[in-house]
Design a protein around this ligand. Structure first.
Ligand code: NAP
Length: 251
């Protein structure tokens, strides 16, 4: 049987689709045939233009994901725009940097709320739509910090390690209900999230020196993994955390 990566007729919600990794994944899913609802707090004109140029379908929904208040409305917006919710990509995320000894409660809560709490409750809202159809794909954007400790990012590491655990828990609960829950763990990619790291010449060169591929990743290089995990090609893949990292974890 030829594996199918075709997403025609599917609707995908992608959070944080205005820039970086979320934008690249939105474009990849739309190019594979999915209608995409981009969700976030910033304008999505650039993403919309990129998807239109690729011949895809896109709508946007304005939402601040620092609270779970909008999760039901997001799911309803996808259904009213495109008729269903088949794929959810929990991509929106933030990072706060400070030594653990000085780290504030505000920086802890802000990161945990967006990266973990909203990802869970949006997954729950989407699954309520997916389970009656016995079909759905949830893709969480994890991190190398789902596997490693890192430094100066305690809430980020806790949130991304938590997201890996949550991916496995949801896979265990929902696999038999027809939903595939998996995660992609990007290595070091050129986006707003890593601006501070790339501007720190010592950290930047230490990181680069450890990447077997010898370069940072471009967000477009996550598109293939996202399409795979969103498509029938991954029908029997549940609860995995797929690194796309230029070999970082292999070192
Ligand atoms: P980014 O350019 O900073 O993108 C983060 C996205 O999340 C943006 O769209 C941002 O919207 C959105 N977002 C943040 N807080 C939000 C809120 N309260 N409400 C709505 N949207 C919100 O960085 P990125 O690298 O593409 O990050 C995407 C995901 O990949 C994150 O989960 C990040 O942790 C993860 N990741 C990145 C790397 C990397 O090397 N870059 C590695 C591993 C994992 P605004 O533009 O409006 O702020």
């Amino acid at each position: 049987m030829k594996p199918s990566f075709d997403l025609s007729g599917r609707t995908a919600i992608v959070t944080g689709a205005n820039t970086g990794i979320g934008q690249a994944i939105a474009v990849a899913l739309a190019s594979a045939g999915a209608a995409v609802l981009g969700v976030g707090r910033s304008g999505m004109d650039e993403t919309e233009a990129m998807i239109a140029a690729a011949g895809g379908r896109f709508a946007s929904f304005a939402a601040d994901l620092s609270t779970i208040e909008p999760v039901d409305d997001i799911v309803e917006a996808a259904v009213s725009a495109f008729g269903s919710v088949d794929i959810l990509v929990n991509n929106a995320g933030i990072i706060r940097r400070a030594d653990a000894i000085d780290f504030t409660e505000a920086d802890w809560d802000a990161v945990m709320d967006v990266n973990l709490k909203t990802a869970f409750f949006l997954s729950q809202a989407a699954a309520k739509r997916m389970i009656p159809n016995a079909r759905g794909k949830i893709i969480n954007i994890a991190s190398m910090l789902s596997f490693q400790g890192g430094i100066r990012i305690p809430s980020y590491t806790a949130s991304k390690s938590g997201l890996a655990g949550l991916t496995r828990l949801l896979a265990c609960e929902w696999a038999a209900k027809g939903i595939n829950v998996n995660a992609i763990a990007p290595g070091y990619f050129v986006t707003n999230n890593t601006t501070a790291l790339r501007e720190d010449l010592k950290r930047s060169s230490d990181i680069l020196g450890r990447i077997p591929a010898g370069r940072w990743g471009n967000p477009e290089e996550l598109g293939g993994a996202a399409v795979f995990l969103a498509s029938d090609a991954s029908a029997y893949v549940h609860g995995t955390i797929l690194p796309v990292d230029g070999g970082w974890l292999a070192r």
